[in-house]
Design a protein around this ligand. Sequence first.
Ligand SMILES: Cc1ncc(COP(=O)(O)O)c(C=O)c1O
Length: 354
Amino acid sequence: MTIRPALAEIGRLATMPRVKMAHVPTAIEAMDNLRGALFPDGDGPRLLVKRDDNTGIAMGGNKVRQLEFYLGDAVDKGADTVLITSAVQSNFVRTCAAMAARLGLACHVQLEERVPKNDPLYRTNGNVLLDRIAGATLHAYPDGEDEAGADRQLEVLADALRAEGAKPYVIHLSADHPPLGAIGYVLAARELLEQIDEQGLAIDRLFLGSGSAATHTGMLWGLRAFGSDLRVTGVCVRRAADLQGPRVRANLGRLSALLDHDPGITEDDVEVTDVSLAPGYGRLNDGVREAIALAGSKEGLFVDPVYTGKVLAGMISALRAGAMATDETALFLHTGGQPALFAYGDSVLESADA
Ligand SMILES: Cc1ncc(COP(=O)(O)O)c(C=O)c1O
């Protein structure tokens, strides 16, 4: 068995404030039916999925691991209220609302107009419904691209709450803040490596979603810090590859500064593809519809229209193009997001672009 550095040997990693809520380790499962459907002649790689959609609280997903560190910091700083901003159908927001409720913290969420979708399902169902059930206070923000502006507006809300006697904690959106959420994926990388060792797995390439880049950054940083050279492909869900690559690189540097450790990541380590992004964030295309249908009908696995459907579509596209050999293994990181299925309704089944 490979000897890996202990958490305490990785800079400040072991000392970062955290609230433990995730149900981990998440399972790694084979997707043999999907492999058979994609490669009936047996000429494709073995497929595995790591079930981070099952992280336990708030319907699971990657944001649970990330919020353990934001909310840990909030509790450490004595906050009684958290503020967060993201898209209308954000999983980050829904997960924050639920985890804050569990911690007895008030939660204010700001929902941004990132997707040109006005139908009632999108506006009220899925994650929006869950935000409200979790008791969050909802605010609207008219822009979907202005990260700094959305953060500034959160600060305005925080000032107003402070004036009323609350102790607010702001979870910023823009990338120029310490990437606390990425720490959750540094630990997930360690978890994955333990599973690889214990289960005798040979994994050649990992496909994951790259949006805020917390998952991508944390996983890549963690793999290298714990001595693995596993190839990581970030599938763009939010912005084109020429913008996402620099975002990931900048985030990696911020994470090294935050944790006071340099895992020695090279330029080639940062790999992004936007093959399945069009026509843009939160908007469907036929590859995503196919991925949703294949995962559901072959594996009983639900992927979502905004994130994991795009990641799986990106992985399928790469594999169909012959990116991996039959004796290799691809791992799909399922990061959750299924509540959005109910906000998109049967548009996920149609063939016309939404
Ligand atoms: C379900 C799901 N998968 C993947 C992502 C992308 O992760 P990250 O924002 O850490 O890049 C998100 C982001 O919101 C998400 O909700």
